[in-house]
Design a protein around this ligand. Structure first.
Ligand code: PMP
Length: 427
């Protein structure tokens, strides 16, 4: 049993000693003290089914014993040295990660977060091409440091950032976009940005395969192949941000970009790579990686033995427990059940996504697609009271984000949908 500070005490300390910009879910915020696979537990030992997974971060399950053991063992042996000495943990994990990549994507740079990974990837495109301009997609999220905040294309995540060299292309949004699901038509905007907004040559393009923060928006089919072609012609490199859509989450493929039939020049990852341990990575080709040999590049904690030993264990667990396959079967089943729910509740405007990265968009009017911003908060609270935690996002804040640990089962899916059904019925 937990005998630590209560929710009220934690809330009081947060208000006094932590950033005033911190926000929390739920009218009465939860004090989460334990986690076990797809479950979280509050201070009273009450169990919740976790359908948010720390924002698609918990890949194999909260506190998965094999990952915990790998971290403990490495922590006892050596926590840190720096990469100026040799240690097997970083090399072994780099080899294992590279083996999951298509083509010539074989060189790994480790970071501590998704932001750092995308900052590095964007810098590499600029160094390699000698160009400045980078194109990202509207509604995307790529991080919160200077460069990545510029690439992020949602006003609520931007502070007073200088948008140096970044252009935001029309989102190939299959729900609200003017071309529906016709991906190649949206790609024309990227060509026009290059033609009218740059010298004709660009450093690169960065995008998620499924926008996570943006409300689980899968890019319209055919968009990425068309854009990659346009970028290549303009001398640029293509970055796939796999921070949320990677590590088997989409089920059908290990990486989100593979669902679009493209091979990026650079892939970035974080979140699910560590199952909760802070680690990120950038993977590129040996040729492109050479760009970083012109100066010294160094990251104190990037690739430390503890995080790489943990990350390696995560990868082993995903394979051993066939979690990608599970994401496919359970995710497909859950999506079907959510589609059925849509036929019952007028407020569900759209059900979308892939594998265990699903979105349910609430609208008060299906024709006008008016965001149901306050209704979603109410449903979330009701679901929490019935023992289910789910995420929320999208530009209008009206989309349920379902990104559970990949060990989520069909029974969990049934419980999830039943609870959502009851909560929606109470509206
Ligand atoms: N890219 C994507 C797609 C993300 O969802 C996020 C985090 N929400 C990031 C990058 C940034 O990762 P981090 O918070 O680890 O810096």
């Amino acid at each position: 049993p937990y005998d630590g500070p209560s929710a009220e005490e934690v809330l009081r300390k947060r208000a006094q000693f932590l950033s005033p910009s911190l926000f929390h879910f739920y009218k009465k915020p939860l004090n989460i003290v334990d986690g076990k696979m797809q479950y979280l537990f509050d201070e009273d030992g009450r169990r919740y089914l976790d359908a948010f997974g720390g924002i698609a971060t918990v890949s194999c399950g909260h506190c998965h014993p094999e990952v915990v053991e790998a971290v403990i063992n490495q922590t006892k042996r050596l926590q840190h040295s720096t990469v100026v000495y040799l240690n097997h943990a970083i090399a072994d994990f780099a080899e294992a990660l590279a083996s999951k990549m298509p083509g010539d994507l074989k060189v790994v740079f480790f970071t501590n977060s998704g932001t750092e990974a995308n900052e590095l990837a964007m810098m590499i495109t600029r160094l390699y091409t000698g160009c400045q301009d980078i194109i990202s997609i509207r509604n995307s999220y790529h991080g919160n440091a200077a460069g990545t905040m510029g690439a992020t294309a949602q006003s609520i995540w931007k502070f007073n950032v200088v948008q140096s060299g970044v252009h935001h292309a029309v989102n190939p949004d299959q729900y609200r976009g003017i071309f529906g699901s016709e991906g190649p038509k949206y790609a024309q905007d990227v060509q026009e940005i290059i033609d009218y907004g740059t010298s004709g040559q660009v450093a690169g393009f960065i995008s998620e395969a499924i926008q996570g923060v943006g409300g689980i928006m899968e890019l319209a089919p055919g968009y990425l192949p068309a854009v990659y072609k346009i970028i290549k012609k303009a001398g640029g490199l293509c970055i796939a941000d796999e921070v949320q859509s990677g590590f088997g989450r989409t089920g059908s493929k290990f990486w989100g970009f593979e669902n679009h039939g493209v091979i990026p020049d650079i892939v970035t990852m974080a979140k699910g790579i560590g199952n909760g341990i802070p680690i990120g990575a950038v993977i590129t080709t040996p040729e492109i990686a050479q760009a970083l040999t012109r100066r010294n590049y160094f990251n104190t904690f990037g690739g430390n033995p503890v995080c790489t030993a943990g990350g390696h264990a995560v990868l082993r667990v995903i394979e051993k427990e066939k979690l990608q396959e599970n994401a496919f079967t359970v995710g497909s089943y859950l999506k079907e059940r959510l589609k059925e729910l849509q036929t019952k509740h007028e407020i569900i405007g759209d059900v979308r996504g892939r594998g265990l990265m699903l979105g349910v968009e609430l609208v008060t009017d299906r024709q006008l697609k008016t965001p149901a911003k306050s209704e979603i908060l109410h449903v979330m609270d009701e679901m929490k009271d019935m023992g289910v935690l789910v995420g929320k996002g999208g530009f209008f804040g009206n989309v349920f984000r379902i990104t559970p640990p990949l060990c989520f089962t069909k029974q969990d899916s049934d419980f999830f949908v039943d609870v959502m059904d009851i909560a929606l019925s109470k509206l």
